[in-house]
Design a protein around this ligand. Structure first.
Ligand code: IPE
Ligand code: IPE
Ligand code: MG
Length: 246
């Protein structure tokens, strides 16, 4: 395994697990088989993150745009999601993991809404790690939802429009207490954000790998973290300032 500096681990990792369809195509299998293998891999990677002591992990499981895929593919992904929530989460609950979700949950089936809500409630007090699933999620929709809530408060006189600042906006995101990701990992070699955490990625380190999601194993995760540990996060400052020599 790659040697990691445990004192410099990213506190929060976000993942865009892309490439399930291409993985299946390469193997001569139907796309849905790629999603099944992808779902198995979520278990592997969550487990490795837990083992490493990563405190927060946010996984883009299904975007709002993904609803526009062929009906049978959407149905297959939803079945896998339902299966994952019912059968793959016990181990996480036992390990003291808090399971959370962001997105427009009301667009999911009532059964999935019930399962995820129940898991969130059951694990609310857990603190060994926080795993957040982005479901029917869109970064732009999250900002629209935040603006709506802010305007409602302003109209009712609870909020002075002149006092609205970045903090106000953050406080109206789906999970104001979830810190911005330190590292985004995208598999499948696409160099884009695809409407994931638009506000939160302002200073996130981006890592793109050619590995397709079902092939992205614990060793590749370690490589991504090792690469993150070599980066210098400057947040607009000079390198000398960051190193404390100025
Ligand atoms: C990501 O894999 C999984 C979801 C979007 C749910 P894709 O299905 O996008 O795989 P590719 O990009 O077509 O290979
Ligand atoms: C992003 O992957 C969404 C998820 C992994 C859930 P997509 O495959 O949907 O992204 P695009 O369409 O290539 O940008
Ligand atoms: Mg894709």
């Amino acid at each position: 395994m790659t040697l990691l500096d445990t004192s410099k681990l990213p506190r929060h990792i976000a993942i865009i697990p892309d490439g399930n369809g291409r993985w299946a195509e390469v193997q001569g299998l139907p796309r849905n088989e790629g999603h099944r293998r992808g779902s198995d891999n979520v278990r592997e990677i969550v487990s490795r993150c837990h083992e490493l002591g990563i405190k927060m992990l946010t996984i883009y499981a299904f975007s709002q745009e993904n609803w526009n895929r062929p009906r049978d593919e959407v149905d297959a992904i939803m079945e896998l999601l339902a299966h994952y929530l019912q059968h793959e989460t016990d181990e996480l609950v036992e390990k003291g993991v808090r399971i959370d979700s962001i997105g427009r949950l009301d667009e999911l089936s009532p059964a999935i809404q019930k399962d995820i809500t129940e898991l969130m409630r059951r694990t609310e007090g857990n603190d060994s790690m926080r795993v957040t699933f982005a479901l029917s999620y869109s970064g732009r929709a999250e900002l629209v939802d935040a603006v709506r809530a802010i305007v409602r408060e302003a109209e009712s006189g609870q909020l002075d429009p002149e006092a609205i600042d970045e903090k106000t906006l953050r406080l109206h995101l789906y999970r104001p207490d979830l810190p911005d990701p330190d590292l985004l990992i995208r598999t499948g070699d696409e160099h884009r954000i695809s409407n994931f955490l638009l506000w939160q990625f302002a200073y996130t380190e981006l890592y793109v790998t050619e590995a397709l999601w079902p092939d992205f194993g614990p060793e590749q995760l370690d490589l991504a973290i090792a690469e993150y540990q070599r980066r210098e996060r400057r947040f607009g400052l000079t390198s000398a300032q960051v190193r404390g020599s100025e």
